[in-house]
Structure formats: structure tokens, C-alpha cells
Design a protein around this ligand. Structure first.
Ligand code: FNR
Length: 342
């Protein structure tokens, strides 16, 4: 199977396995405020990640890596959506284009469609400095995401089996590149032990990419003869990964992603301390099933719902939202108690 066929397989199985809604965000409740003292007109959805300013506190997370004409088309559509809605967009892994120059247009179309927007490059932690620089240049990217996907590689029959040295390679990228380096998981979550290591090497942001949404173990198991089903329930649910990570971060911004489906999920993640929130599977499904215009409408509804929720919570800005009291119960509460996190 070629790389392009494999990437199309991932899209097909991501859509058929869907999102499992096991993020534990449903274990979090806001405390209603009957006197919020807020106005619709005063709410600002703007957020920032270091120097980068986002029109809304969410973005299109990485999805479409090297799959020939079909992914080129999806990338163009996503880029137009990100331009129309003034939200950032990450491309999928660019390794395909680094190995095969014919694939470059699959990605560079994103910058053509969205000349002024915030765009993230994307590579795995095996990337060299030269490869990362080329990936950034290909898109004139504003930042680069380095993805960590050990469980996906292990469940992929043709996947990597060697994972040593990733942290020091990422440290070299942080030191050598002149754009921010964001490290992201791809659906299995970042623990506080991992977060501490990443903070020590000064990454620009950590995207916790938690469990409970698109599940790459389940996707790869669909493609395998001998199923490694023990990995299907593996990983740190997004709410837990976010709290683990924010509990040990002093200055490094944290991004929430993994199974984010709607505005209430986004608002909860922001209230837990995320600076921004990434959506992948849910936008892919909308785009593939209902098209570009319907996806734009969906994002407009999310913006409207975010404003609605912020008015109800008396938060005029994302900073104010981050001070909202929350009630944590259920499995998430139990998990945090066992991990000794308040
Ligand atoms: C992904 N994701 C991903 N991530 C990454 O860093 N590089 C990549 O190339 C890809 N490729 C990819 C393809 C497809 C079809 C999907 C659905 C996803 C992972 C993605 O960015 C995200 O971390 C996970 O999908 C979890 O988020 P959601 O989908 O639950 O919102």
C-alpha cells in the first residue's frame, strides 16, 4: 500500500470509527451565575498563543497528510474555511512532501488559499532540523507542530518501532528553528511527567491531544488482520490530560484537543486553562459529509454558542473565562484524586 492510499484509509476509518466521546469533559460542570453582569456585545473571543493572535479560541487541527489529489482538495477546502472564519489551521504530516516533491502542492495550496492566516506546519518527532525548516518554508508557516504518535506507530503494521531520542531531537528543533515549536499528541494524551520534560526544553506550547475522540488505535486495528485491541482503550482522556498538563505548567501555553465536539467542550477546556482548542475529526466529518459551506456555517454556530456561553458565565474575555469555578465529578474526579492533583 502506498503512503497516499494509507492516508486515504485513515480518513475513511476515522469517519467510520467516529469519536468515542470518552474525553471525561462530561464530568465537568459550570456553576450557574444568576448575576453575570455581561453583555453579548462586550464578549471577545480573541485569544493568543505567544505572539500569534487567533480570531476565535479554536483551530483546525492536523488531518491531511500526503494523500495525493483527494487530500490536496481537502487541504484547499480547509484552508478556505480557515480564511473565511479567521481561525488557524494545521496541515497533516508533511513528510510525504519532503520525500516526494510532487506532493508539495498538496500543502502549499493552503498558503495560496489563505495568504494571511495563521498556519501550522506538521512533522513527526523523527524530523531533522533541515526537514523541519523545509516544512515551514513550504507553507510560510507561523509555527510547527511536532506530533507524538507512539501508539499509532505500534498499531500500524508498517509503523516505527524505535522511539528513543525524540526529546533531544525536539530540543534541537526548538533551538534551531525561528518559528514556535508546538508539541502535540494525537489522541492518547500528555501526562504531567511528559509535560514537565517538554517544558524543560522550552517548547512554545503543548497540545495535550487526549483520548476520547478520533482513536488511531481503533483506526489501525480496522486495517490489521491480528487486532491489538488492548490499545483501543489506551490513553489519557482529554479532560484529565489537560488538567495533568496545566497542573505543572508555569508559563508554557497549553492547547486542548482530542474529541472536542462543540462549543461547550471548548468553553470547558478554556476554563480549565487551555489557551486554544483544536478540532479535527468533527470538522473532517462535517466537511466530507456536508461540504465546505456547511462547515463554515457550523463554525459560525460554534462562535455564536461560545459567545452565548461566555455571556451566561459573565466572562467578557478568554482570560475571564479561565477564572470560572468548575465542579469536577465522576471518573475524572477519581482519576485526579489517585494522581494527587487538586
Ligand atoms: C489526524 N491527526 C494527525 N495529527 C498530526 O499531528 N499529523 C497528522 O498527519 C494527522 N493526521 C490525521 C488524519 C486524520 C484523518 C485524522 C482524523 C486525524 C490527528 C489529529 O490532529 C488529532 O490529534 C486527533 O484526531 C484527535 O483529535 P479529534 O479528531 O478527536 O478532534
Amino acid at each position: 500500500m502506498t503512503r497516499a492510499e494509507r492516508k486515504l484509509d485513515h480518513i475513511k476509518h476515522a469517519l467510520s470509527t467516529g469519536q468515542s466521546r470518552q474525553t471525561w469533559l462530561d464530568d465537568i460542570r459550570f456553576v450557574h451565575q444568576a448575576l453575570p453582569n455581561s453583555n453579548w456585545e462586550s464578549v471577545s473571543l480573541q485569544t493568543h498563543l505567544g505572539e500569534l493572535v487567533f480570531g476565535s479560541p479554536f483551530f483546525i487541527n492536523a488531518m491531511t497528510g500526503g494523500g495525493g489529489a483527494k487530500t490536496a482538495e481537502l487541504n484547499s477546502q480547509l484552508a478556505r474555511i480557515s480564511r473565511e472564519m479567521n481561525i488557524p489551521m494545521a496541515v497533516g504530516s508533511q513528510m510525504a512532501a519532503l520525500k516526494n516533491p510532487e506532493e508539495i502542492s498538496t500543502y502549499s495550496t493552503v498558503r495560496k488559499e489563505n495568504p494571511k492566516g495563521v498556519i501550522f506546519a506538521n512533522l513527526g518527532s523523527e524530523a531533522t532540523v533541515d526537514q523541519a525548516k523545509r516544512a515551514v518554508d513550504m507553507l510560510e508557516a507561523d509555527a510547527i507542530q511536532i506530533h507524538l504518535n507512539v501508539i499509532q506507530e505500534l498499531t500500524m503494521p508498517e509503523g516505527d518501532r524505535e522511539f528513543s531520542g525524540a526529546l533531544s531531537r525536539i530540543e534541537t528543533l526548538v533551538n534551531e528553528l525561528n518559528v514556535p515549536v508546538i508539541v502535540k499528541e494525537t489522541g492518547f494524551g500528555i501526562s504531567r511527567e511528559t509535560a514537565i520534560k517538554l517544558q524543560e526544553i522550552n517548547v512554545a506550547a503543548i497540545d495535550v491531544g487526549g483520548f476520547g475522540g478520533t482513536n488511531f488505535a481503533a483506526i489501525e486495528n480496522e486495517r490489521r488482520q491480528r487486532k491489538l485491541s488492548y490499545f483501543n482503550e489506551w490513553g489519557i482522556p482529554t479532560a484529565a490530560a489537560l488538567i495533568e498538563t496545566t497542573s505543572v505548567m508555569s508559563t508554557t501555553p497549553v492547547i486542548a484537543s482530542g474529541g472536542i465536539q462543540h462549543a461547550l467542550d471548548i468553553v470547558k477546556c478554556l476554563a480549565l486553562g487551555a489557551s486554544a482548542v483544536g478540532l479535527a475529526g468533527v470538522l473532517l466529518k462535517k466537511l466530507v459529509e456536508d461540504g465546505e459551506e456547511a462547515t463554515i456555517q457550523e463554525i459560525m454556530r460554534i462562535n455564536e454558542d461560545l459567545t452565548m456561553l461566555m455571556v451566561s458565565l459573565g466572562a467578557n474575555s478568554i482570560e475571564e473565562l479561565q477564572r470560572s469555578p468548575l465542579i469536577i465529578s465522576g471518573e475524572l474526579f477519581h482519576y485526579l484524586s489517585l494522581r494527587g492533583i487538586d
